[in-house]
Design a protein around this ligand. Sequence first.
Ligand code: GLN
Length: 474
Amino acid sequence: MEFKSISQLKSLLDENKISVKEIAETYIKKINENKDLNIFIYFNEDKIHDQVKETENLSNDNVLKGIPIAVKDLFCTKNMPTTAASKILENFKPTYESFVTQKLIDQGSIFVGKTNLDEFAMGSATNTSFFGNTINPLSKNNNPLAPGGSSGGSAAAVAADLCLGATGTDTGGSIRQPASFCGVVGIKPTYGLCSRWGIAAFASSLDQAGVFSKNVTDSSILLEVIAGHDQRDSTSSNVKIPSFSKNLNSDLRGKVIGIPKEYTVDGISDEINQVWEDAIKSLEKKGAKIKHISLPHTKYALPTYYIIAPAEASSNLARYDGVKYGYRAENPKSLDEMYELTRSEGFGKEVKRRILIGTYVLSAGYYDAYYLKAQKVRKLIANDFIEVFSDCDFILTPTAPSAAFSLNEKQDDPIKMYLNDVFTVPASLAGIPGISIPYGHDKEGLPLGIQLLGKHYNEQEIFNAAFALEKDYE
Ligand code: GLN
């Protein structure tokens, strides 16, 4: 049994054609049949049944009543452990619920489990996880593919139909790139739209929560639920959250779409350029005006991101010291040795690499040359966007430079892996919203994503454009 969308399943539930228990049982079965994909770090049937009991009698006004949702294992959940895919948090049981997951619970959703990710969300292939890599459900012919990352487990869970929605976080592309690799919709809202309370921090000036879904309408429903102000996250905004789903409107007449010339980079396959071209033509046909624009500092975005994100990570991850919580090395001879052993045994290779880079760029003598310089360049990148948005409504680009790659590709070459984020990090640095939707395929039949970027707090605009483009594939 396959349900197409949250809206479809909700109607079945409202008409009493299916019960919350039957929905849960359907998904438990599917998850058990797909264990080889290693999508979940935590899956416990009893916990799902407990939630069914709590949810069954809720009023149907709860927009997510009975809807199966997968949660990236970076969000703290009270009744399920939270690991950040790291050995250092292997046995961590939060005593509180994250803001985002609480909002989902309040609307009656059922958490089917906690999904795999790159350790502390650092990566682009869900292969730095302490719990092994996730396999992209679209893999064929004995060629296992990466689901993208870091929220690869969540994207794969939606693609394999093991839930109807999933949470993700996006610091430099971790929602948009896996959405593109797995052929699902993924939105990273404006920095500040969703509270990060209860999400393990990676790079605090960039981290933002968002969602995966099968279509744009579901994405708008889910974002509406998880957005909102929260006193416990001082960066969360108190803008009024519009009813994104009710306001969905595919009329693009008169809209101006920016096509940035800097996103035509060497080495991108013709197929990706073709898909981009097709989407441009479709928008034009729907009445939008195309404007060729320039975001001149784009080429500095990747190096800027890979200074700022590790710098903040090195600071955020200082808390994992074996004292406060998480893993502690056994039998250390001194306090210093306890710190050292705990951190060298508890963190994986990629996390250590980021901590080392971050510590280096923040160290006395290098701070001005790297960190401060990167901050200045970040401002220039953000200004590029502000300038072009004065006369265009949104921007259209490819999401990622390739379709899903093989699991073993790029494993030993961090730079190659970092290059994956070339189209996603500029928006992260600028704090603007971005959505990736599947749009066409490569010659192997793998999905390709296109990205729509909008003005700060103008998620509605990109939802509408995505909604219009989605119709080309209905
Ligand atoms: N791939 C990027 C990185 O490794 C982005 C990760 C993210 O958005 N969490 O940092």
